[in-house]
Ligand binder design. Sequence first.
Ligand SMILES: Cc1cc2nc3c(=O)[nH]c(=O)nc-3n(C[C@H](O)[C@H](O)[C@H](O)COP(=O)(O)OP(=O)(O)OC[C@H]3O[C@@H](n4cnc5c(N)ncnc54)[C@H](O)[C@@H]3O)c2cc1C
Length: 423
Amino acid sequence: MSHHVQPASVVVVGAGQGGYRTAASLREQGFAGRITLISAEDALPYEWPPLSKAYLKGEADETQLWLRPVTYYGRQSIDLVTGTVTEIDRAARTVRLADGTACDYGHLVLATGARPRTLDVPGAGLRGVYTLRTARDAAALRDALTVAERVVVIGAGFIGLEAAAAARGSGCEVTVVEARGRPLTRVASAPTAEHFTRLHRREGTRLLFGRGVAALRGTYRWGRVAAVQLTDGSRLPADLVLVAVGVTPRTELAAAAGLPVTGGITVDARLLTEDPHISAIGDCAAFPQVSSGNRMRLESVQNAVGHARFVARRLTGADRSYDEVPWFWSDQFSTTLQIAGLDEGHDSEVVLGDDPEAFSVLLFRGQTLQAVESVNRPADHLAARQLLVGRSRLTPHDVTEEGFSRKGHLAHLTSGRPASFAG
Ligand SMILES: Cc1cc2nc3c(=O)[nH]c(=O)nc-3n(C[C@H](O)[C@H](O)[C@H](O)COP(=O)(O)OP(=O)(O)OC[C@H]3O[C@@H](n4cnc5c(N)ncnc54)[C@H](O)[C@@H]3O)c2cc1C
């Protein structure tokens, strides 16, 4: 017997990848109450990954980014509201918008995402300096790239590298500056990062590591950026600068409402905040990882969509903990990187494959497989996801046997020995 009582209405703050998916999944789960999807952006909900890939390269237009046509929302009775939520009144179970209107909720889902970090250096506000998060940011950057000649990208994370590839593709001279010693330090292992360094250099992009930005210098008359001054004293001429140095989760609404924030909006394994009427999902939510129990935020479409589906099921009666294995992808030039699992500090790594353009890196902590990074090896990625879902018993020893690491594919291992992965 279920004691579950569905809320009469659900209000979702933010109509990004997670917010949209929450509303859509609620209807798919048969939720019949009122759904209000509030978006600070004056645009139909859209896909975010192309913003630093096909869209930036001019290979897709805005309408191709839309997750659904406008008619979908009417048909599904999803009330799509343009506006910025400025306050949550938990006692009254109401949110207030910047235009003064209010909206009552039975359950509130915070899907506010994150905003790009900016540089705290002189000249950071010059014209010609961009960040990339929303479709509007991407449109401005795309237009600027068509006339730019010398582009400096600050930060060699996924967004910086993808945008650098797009800029290079449109014929710009491109330099990437990274304060750490290699690209992708937060998100990928050394062998994978090494591949991307080689790839970008081969395509003619200059990569500078271990150097920070001291200032952005402008032209005297127009207030436009003209150069990037590095901490080692060198100066890079630039007519377009992209700052891609990570994001800050948008937690201020939750914090102002008295909800705990620990690096992100704090939620439990059911993605509920301290308030049983408020959930938080996607980039803004710090949730306990299945693998370690550590609470952290993840920034990926799979995470936002997985959270959204989970919360929609929970609100319509399911009662369990969130336990999806994280996965992620990135496209740069001819390379597709796919990551399965979560590397929370590995102590050994095994590289499968002897082709420098197609390999997988297995990351272990002790005897436990934590994550697999596949460079142009999609079959390994799918196999890795299955392994990680099954709480694999794959050990470093298994994959280094008899030269397996040079020739082998994870897919062979998993299909050859299904029984050993059951528990
Ligand atoms: C350029 C780019 C490329 C990416 N590429 C990939 C990729 O290849 N693979 C991958 O897995 N991930 C990728 N990501 C990451 C992925 O897009 C994010 O992890 C995902 O969009 C997070 O979803 P979300 O719903 O949590 O937040 P978001 O999609 O950021 O949406 C949050 C929305 O909430 C709105 N909002 C915030 N506060 C309020 C408020 N108070 N009132 C009303 N609205 C509000 C914001 O305006 C925004 O529209 C990329 C991200 C970017 C920016």
